[in-house]
Design a protein around this ligand. Structure first.
Ligand code: FAD
Ligand code: 2MC
Length: 382
């Protein structure tokens, strides 16, 4: 059949179903409270690891479940239906673990992956610094080789999981300025000289703690380097090819939730003697929301398939999909809020939380301006 190639397989539907059930039981009923209290749901995240969600695309030989990026997107989308911030937290752990699995030596893999796949230890990804966000290759944190260890000095900014996580996959400068002087080190929370800034106070993502990671003469064994010196920036970017898909998927899941909520609400809410769903404006708004969401979803699933297949245009597609899914996702949630009227603005309903949580997806894992830069450069290179 013509549509066959656009259907999810039975295995993909099964994993999606498992993630949806987990979300309905363990995430959705509690997410508003996590947001309100700024609570980090460690136990729930750990429970996700029992389903394999801590190591979705870590190889089976390393203890992961060895799936592709489309499966990961389906899981992230499903969990974001309950809480985008929690889903994204799991994504970042997956990204960091995948970098160790894909590029690390047998030694570094054996040292860290067994605990990461079970989430007995959780991982952060540390690229951004106070002076280098979009221009990530300008990072200044230094790692000076001294015998069998590096001495690391610098500050990482906006790190998700800082202070609560155990492992920090950190991009540092071991060589010349620019991307070629960057290496990747695994740094542990308990290494002397590691400390954390105050927990940032944020518009959204309140279930996901964000803070600085401060590195003051931290001695990191050479064996904790992932791959060769100078390869760290490439690894960081390869990690983000998948991370960006997942962030896009988190926007899709959050926006789908708000669309579903808006359909239910507009059928119930009466004004001018009829359900507001009867107004053509409401129907056209819902129609546009559904269309924009499906278009973004189709591009994101295609991009995910390309990253799994290691297609030559995978980074461009990942950037296009992240840009579209996060922009469309936020626009869908904004329209849902409008359909709820004043009630959409209240914390009694979930829409405003998704509005706040999705807003940051256009900024982190590369701003949507950086996504356009990646796409534009690639188009002009051809
Ligand atoms: P800047 O780079 O200063 O950008 C400011 C503005 O200028 C943006 O609009 C940007 O698009 C625009 N701009 C910059 N350069 C250009 C250009 N060449 N052309 C056009 N426009 C441009 N980082 C991590 O490493 N790990 C994490 O776990 C992590 N978690 C985060 C969690 C949260 C809640 C937040 C808010 C951020 C997180 N980040 C993390 C950092 C995030 O990736 C950066 O904030 C992001 O990459 C943007 O960097 P910046 O904030 O320094 O903005
Ligand atoms: N995969 C593999 N290698 C890649 C790559 C990718 N996707 N993208 C770039 N590279 C390589 C590239 O090939 C080049 O190597 P070589 O010279 O050997 O060919 C090298 O990396 C440098 O690339 P560029 O020349 O493109 O580097 P430049 O400095 O011009 O710009 C840019 C790169 C702007 C795309 C990058 O700095 C970027 O993505 N900035 C945004 C930062 C970001 O996304 N931060 C997110 C932090 S994590 C987060 O927010 C979380 C919530 C976890």
């Amino acid at each position: 059949m013509m549509t066959d190639q656009f259907q999810l397989t039975d295995d993909q539907l099964a994993i999606q179903d498992m993630a949806r059930k987990f979300t309905a039981d363990a995430i959705t009923p509690f997410a508003a409270e996590w947001d309100e209290r700024g609570h980090f749901p460690r136990d729930v995240i750990k429970a996700a690891a029992e389903l394999g969600f801590a190591a979705i695309y870590v190889g089976e030989e390393s203890g992961g479940i060895g799936l592709g990026r489309l499966e990961a997107a389906l899981i992230m989308e499903a969990m974001a239906y309950g809480c985008p911030a929690t889903s994204a937290f799991v994504s970042i752990h997956n990204m960091a673990s995948w970098m160790i699995d894909s590029f690390g030596s047998a030694e570094v893999k054996a040292k860290y992956l067994p605990d990461l796949v079970t989430m007995d230890r959780m991982a952060s990804y540390c690229l951004t610094e106070p002076g280098s966000g979009s221009d990530a290759a300008a990072l200044k944190t230094t790692a000076r080789l001294e015998g069998d260890h590096y001495v690391v000095n610098g500050t990482k900014q906006f790190i998700s999981g800082a202070g609560v996580n155990d492992i920090y996959v950190t991009m540092v400068r071991t060589g010349a300025p620019g991307p070629k002087g960057i290496s990747c080190l695994v740094i542990e929370k308990d290494m002397p000289g590691v400390s954390f800034g105050a927990k940032e106070r944020k518009l959204g993502w309140n279930a996901s703690p964000t803070a600085q990671v401060i590195l003051d003469n931290v001695k990191v064994p050479v064996e904790n380097r992932v791959g060769a010196e100078g390869d760290g920036f490439r690894f960081a970017m390869a990690g983000l090819d998948g991370g960006r898909l997942n962030i896009g998927a988190c926007s899709l899941g959050g926006a789908q939730r708000c669309l579903d909520e808006a359909i239910g609400y507009t059928k119930d809410r009466q004004q001018f003697g009829q359900p507001i769903a009867d107004f053509q404006n409401t129907q056209f708004t819902l129609a546009d929301m559904a269309t924009d969401l499906e278009a973004a979803r189709a591009l994101l699933y295609l991009a995910a398939a390309k990253v799994t297949a290691n297609a030559p245009d995978k980074s461009r597609f990942s950037a296009m999909a992240k840009r579209l899914a996060t922009d469309n996702g936020s626009a869908v949630v904004d329209r849902a809020l409008q359909l709820f009227g004043g009630y959409g603005y209240l914390k009694d309903y979930p829409i405003e939380r998704f509005w706040r949580d999705l807003r940051v997806h256009s900024i982190l894992e590369g701003t949507n301006q950086v996504m356009r830069m990646i796409v534009g450069r690639d188009l002009l290179r051809q």
